[in-house]
Design a protein around this ligand. Structure first.
Ligand code: NAD
Ligand code: ZN
Ligand code: ZN
Length: 361
């Protein structure tokens, strides 16, 4: 018998999201039914409702979630009912060409639930990032459910499921930030601030936060920014060079998803430096760069999907570091909201009033 629950649905490009009835099937083989306890509002949810990811409306939004496993299907061994889990949007398949090369963080066939969640009339929903957790219950592949210490609490744990992991991993895994490095982070929302926190954790010496909103720059200092630049008032490329003896930074991280900030990141890196693109661009965005600058500086231009993380390795690591007082994950939670306040949370995000609004159930 499917479970009828409330969920946040994006029906058509640009339309406001609505809370509606969602039918969630019982878990089949390899699947887990999770009672969602918290789900953060990420900018990627807004990209979905703006049609910037794809056209597969209607979407069931929400993908930064934690909860309790309610039921599992046949053959599930990694979790059992009652476990506290973070839901991951990467569940390596183990058999694709990337997994078999020993690079499961680039898995090309990440696992999701086989059965669709639907509207009451049977229309299949596209769950955001294969999750769909702005809903009281969600159905995922069991490998997407990653058990962590429940002492972290649902709000903080949920955020590790996307934005925090994307930012931490962009710095630590993709950017390879290490002790003594200089780093610049463009865009200090939840993802950018997590990149700042990751750089701090990895031992970076200079961490420069760049944003166009002074409030965001103040918050960035809480995560370890040593310098801040408001790029609507100051040329960030020149300011970054001034802060790094004229050289630029070892790692420049773009966490907006915008050609202008990408270009700023590109010209802010030192020779042999690395640029990491974490922000999600929309399909129409283009950039033109002199090939000689790409060649002449050496180093690497990379993009980072989900911080190149392995959820089964990384989620409990960062939850434990938080519980040990070594990572201020609590500072990402700006407010908790109800399920019917997601549209208002998008507006607050766009006005720069929050780092993360988190729906609690
Ligand atoms: N690659 C991944 O795996 C991954 C995962 C999660 C989110 N994302 C993407 O990361 C980006 C950031 O997400 P978020 O949730 O932190 O969003 P957010 O809206 O909370 O933060 C964006 C920040 O960028 C700042 N900003 C906007 N324009 C700017 C400009 N021109 N210069 C400098 N700063 C500017 C805003 O003031 C804000 O602080 C989004 O594009 C999101 O889709 C990527
Ligand atoms: Zn996200
Ligand atoms: Zn794979």
């Amino acid at each position: 018998m499917p479970h009828e629950v409330r969920g946040v649905i994006a029906t058509a490009k640009g339309d406001k999201v609505k809370v509606g009835s969602v039918l969630v099937p019982d878990p089949g083989p390899g699947e887990a039914l999770v009672r969602v306890q918290a789900c953060g509002v990420c900018h990627t949810d807004l990209h979905y409702r703006e049609g910037a990811i794809n056209d597969e409306f209607p979407f069931l939004l929400g993908h930064e979630a934690s909860g309790i496993v309610e039921q599992v299907g046949d053959g599930v061994r990694n979790v059992e009912p009652g476990d506290f889990v973070i839901i991951a949007w990467r569940a390596p398949c183990g058999t694709c060409r990337s997994c078999v090369r020993g690079r499961p963080w680039y898995c090309f066939a990440s696992k999701n639930a086989q059965q669709p969640m639907t509207l009451a009339d049977g229309t299949a929903l596209s769950p955001a990032l294969g999750i769909g957790a702005f809903a009281e219950l969600t159905l995922v592949d069991a490998i997407q459910a990653v058990k962590v210490n429940r002492d972290a609490g649902p709000e903080i744990a949920g955020l590790v499921g996307c934005g925090i992991m994307a930012g931490l991993g962009a710095a630590i895994n993709t950017g390879g930030v290490s002790r003594g490095d200089s780093v610049a982070v463009f865009g200090c929302g939840g993802v950018g601030d997590a990149a700042i926190a990751g750089s701090h954790l990895a031992g970076a010496h200079t961490i420069i936060a760049v944003d166009i909103d002074d409030r965001k720059l103040e918050w960035a200092k809480d995560f370890g920014a040593t310098h801040v630049i408001n790029s609507s008032e100051t040329d960030p490329i020149k300011a970054i060079r001034d802060l790094t003896a004229g050289n630029g930074v070892n790692v420049a991280i773009e966490a907006v998803g915008n050609p202008v900030t990408y270009e700023q990141a590109f010209y802010s890196r030192d020779h042999a430096g690395t640029v990491v693109l974490v922000g999600v661009p929309s399909p129409d965005m283009k950039i033109e760069l002199p090939l000689l600058e790409i060649f002449g500086r050496g180093g690497a231009l990379k993009s980072s999907w989900y911080g190149d993380c392995l959820p089964s390795r990384d989620f409990s690591l960062y939850i434990d570091l938080y519980l040990q007082g070594r990572l201020p994950l609590d500072k990402f939670v700006s407010e908790t909201i109800a399920l019917d306040e997601v549209e208002e949370a998008f507006a607050k995000m766009e006005r720069g009033e929050v780092l993360r609004s988190v729906v609690t159930f």
